[in-house]
Design a protein around this ligand. Sequence first.
Ligand SMILES: *Cc1c(COP(=O)(O)O)cnc(C)c1O
Length: 404
Amino acid sequence: MDDLVAEAERRDAADPLAAYRDRFLPADGVLAYLDGNSLGRPLRATAERVTRFVRDEWATRLIRGWDEGWIDLPQRLGDRIGRIALGAAPGQVVVADSTTVLLYKLARAAVDHGLAHGRNEIVLDTDNFPTDRYVLEGIAAERGAELRWITSDPACGVTPDQVAVVAGPRTTLVVLSHVAYRSGFRADAPAITRIAHDAGALVLWDLSHSAGSVPLELDAWGADLAVGCSYKYLNGGPGAPAFGYLAARHQGVLTQPVQGWFGHRAPFEMGPGHEPAPDVRALLSGTPPVFATVPLEAGLDLLAEAGIDAVRAKSVALTDFALRIADALLVPHGVRVASPRDPERRGGHVTLCRADFEDVNDRLWKRGVIGDFRAPDGIRIGLAPLSTSYAELLAGMTALADEL
Ligand SMILES: *Cc1c(COP(=O)(O)O)cnc(C)c1O
């Protein structure tokens, strides 16, 4: 234990990102926040920006604000996320809707295109995030497509070999999470994308647990479609809108089903009949959620300043330290590590399991140690590198050990 305390101190002292912790608003009564992968913490700058937006933009510019920049916000912020976090060239990302809704729009666009070309199978896995599975089940029922399930190991994730077995001449779309929400397993995205393309299928990556934590190279992977949350590692705030990526080569080819006026070629002509915009704006449906993106701008400023590579380096070190604490303090008490040991295959969180963890997690919340429980028996230790110290991680996991 003394060794771990000394190591946490040493690592915090040497941490090049340590100063960023002070950019976040304090949380009274919280001993350890280990849930930044589910809801990122607010920045001090966020509070100021929200006030400034209400006073200087909404109150003062009023409806003129739309012509002065609000209209372009979905693409402007999308380009920024693309540059800072996704490895996507401009013109391929928008901010809109929720992850669930954007996933529906993109997946249906791809499935409709496949159906028109004699392909009717959607590949997905049994352990993907519930909303992804439910949306795809709905699309399959709606369009008469078939689901091809990969049975994934909940403590690990989907491998290229598993995709190669199911992807074939009937496959229209493969939908997977890049970092698995349960285990933190990081899929081999370039290899899986290649396998799907070799079968003539498209791939939709859910980047909810990757964006802002793991460097992404959507363009270099040859990715087709992607979605993700902005309220997790991007600190956009509760329910902040999602981002969607539609590779340039698919624009004007794939058409999404929620054809509202903001995705029209010329929204303010208000003409008869829908004509989709020829670019990524075709992903939009209605009025952009301008107010809900104000915190996201502060989160992106911070990530741009720190740099995703530095964030990833600390993320690997934090998850590594979490596993060493688990081995020293928890595994002897019957706790099982349900995340990959190999940092190459790991995202930004680790999951620990024991039969009584639902109760244990309730007790931890009462002590101000905030992780989250995932049925049936897992506690996720989420580690947001810009807001979490090694000492905080150790304090939280020591409290967990204490509860056992
Ligand atoms: C968090 C998360 C979501 C959430 O979708 P919402 O529409 O924002 O509720 C979707 N997919 C994955 C993989 C997630 O981790």
